[in-house]
Design a protein around this ligand. Structure first.
Ligand code: HEM
Length: 443
């Protein structure tokens, strides 16, 4: 069987049905191990024995993100530890709450667009959620306005980033010689990297020329001194992290938002209950930062969205020393890549039951989520390499979904739309189109 280039994680899930929850796979000449059950995901989520492996498509992403947090080789790259210590405080709940104003500024631009275009307008949710999440992370992290809602076309940086990621993933499953002879693609690949690098160079130069008095990630990286080593971050690492935040901060969250819309429209009873909760607790007034954590059903909808359609469906890990898997059954050499198929484990019937393939937020409520076995729900990765931006993402998605449901009803453009997914850095629905119908105002 060959892997579907657009959906390697789904091919790997199919292989698990045939060969079991742990199997070996050769991609070109590289041998990897794939684990797909909750039991095995739990086993490899042990930082004493395993650590993150940056391989395959992610290794190609290093061309622009280098030693940035997402793609750093740890423990070899000391800058990961320094950046992690300097940046962690900026991602705690209190700091992220301070970004409410900037987030709402960008969200209001999305609402305005959908209100102005009206109910007939065919919305491409991936494109508009890309605009909103990218503009929000750029404004919150580096005080930069991409102004994506002011033009029909996406910002050249966004287009370059998306083409670049596409190439990174497809190159990982092609022979080097095949990549080398695709001259046009190679030229475009290099041009995309230039656009991405030039963009962050510009942001950094502007900040140095015109410092701003804002406690954003860029100022933290420029001025922060690591308490443990007394070191500052090298300029190159700052640039790598700027690209990292723009990339990791938008692609995952826009995917989550699009899947949430898909699941909500597909499940009228869920959207009805969610709207009732929002109408009841917030009504027509502008949502405040204090409101967001008072909506248990919204929380359940978000958790269930990331269970069934996790934005990052698989991650790479590797044994620190030679080790065994599956209660000592298989020996795994040191350094071997293990693909953790989180998406498959999120549907493990032993944890989630026979209706694991169904979207049912109720399974995430009333203490059931808290009672789940360790690592059963793992959309934000694991341990020290887990997502640093999850509080940011959570708040952003909460605000966006609340505001959108306050303002609009939603329908599919094509009522017979079948979910198609494409996997690049994260996963996104393909071809989904919707309409946003302004809700009738109460008199
Ligand atoms: C790491 C998921 C939003 C920044 C990760 C990882 C996952 C993940 C699974 C670990 C990847 C691995 O082990 O290879 C998500 C999801 C998000 C989201 C599902 C939204 C729904 C964000 C946001 C930011 C962000 C908004 C930035 C503001 C990062 C960074 C890392 C990371 C920098 C690397 C951490 C490290 O290794 O030190 N994310 N993420 N993410 N995420 Fe997120």
């Amino acid at each position: 069987m060959s892997l579907d280039r657009d959906l390697p994680y789904q091919s790997m899930s199919l292989l698990a049905k045939q060969y079991g929850d742990v199997y070996r796979l050769t991609i070109i000449s590289r041998e990897i191990v794939v684990v797909s059950s909750h039991k095995l995901v739990n086993e490899v989520s042990d930082e004493r024995r395993f650590r993150k492996m940056v391989a395959g498509g992610l290794a190609n992403v290093r061309l622009v993100t280098g030693d940035g947090l997402f793609t750093a080789h740890v423990p070899d790259e000391e800058t990961w530890y320094i950046a992690h210590r300097i940046l962690m405080p900026a991602f705690n709940p209190a700091a992220v709450q301070g970004m409410y104003g900037d987030m709402m500024d960008i969200i209001s631009q999305l609402v305005l667009k959908w209100e102005r275009y009206g109910p007939e307008y065919v919305i491409d949710p991936v494109a508009d959620f890309t605009r909103v999440t990218l503009d929000a992370i750029a404004l919150c992290s580096m005080n930069y306005r991409l102004n994506s809602f002011y033009s029909e076309e996406l910002h050249p940086f966004t287009t370059a980033l998306s083409d670049f990621l596409d190439q990174c993933m497809s190159r990982a499953s092609s022979l080097g010689i095949v990549n080398a002879i695709k001259v046009k693609a190679q030229v475009q690949f290099e041009e995309d990297q230039r656009v991405i690098k030039n963009f962050v160079d510009k942001v950094l130069e502007e900040r140095k020329a015109h410092p701003v008095d804002k406690n954003d990630l860029l100022n933290l990286m420029l001025n922060g001194v690591d308490k443990e080593t007394g070191k500052k971050l090298p300029e190159q690492t700052i640039k790598h992290n700027l690209v990292t935040f723009l990339l990791a901060g938008h692609s995952t969250t826009s995917g989550m938002l699009t899947f949430a819309m898909y699941h909500l429209i597909k499940n009228p009873e869920t959207i009805r209950k969610l709207r009732e909760e929002i109408d009841d607790k917030i009504g027509d007034r502008v949502v405040s930062i204090k409101d967001v954590n008072k909506l248990p059903y919204l929380l359940a909808v978000m958790r269930e969205t990331l269970r069934l359609t996790p934005s990052v469906p698989q991650r790479g890990t590797s044994p620190i020393n030679v080790t065994t898997l599956a209660d000592g059954k298989y020996t795994i050499p040191q350094g071997m890549t293990i693909v953790v198929n989180v998406s498959a484990a999120h549907r493990d019937p032993l944890v989630w039951g026979d209706d694991a393939d169904e979207f049912r937020p109720e399974r995430m409520m009333d203490g059931k989520f808290e009672a789940l076995p360790a690592n059963a729900w793992q959309p934000f990765g694991y341990g020290m390499r887990g997502c640093i931006g999850r509080v940011f993402a959570w708040q952003e998605v909460q605000l966006i979904l609340i505001v959108l449901l306050q303002k609009f009803d939603f329908v599919f453009h094509d009522p017979s739309y079948d979910l198609h997914i494409k996997q690049v850095f994260s996963i996104k629905p393909v071809g989904l189109r919707i309409h946003a119908i302004p809700r009738a105002r109460k008199p």
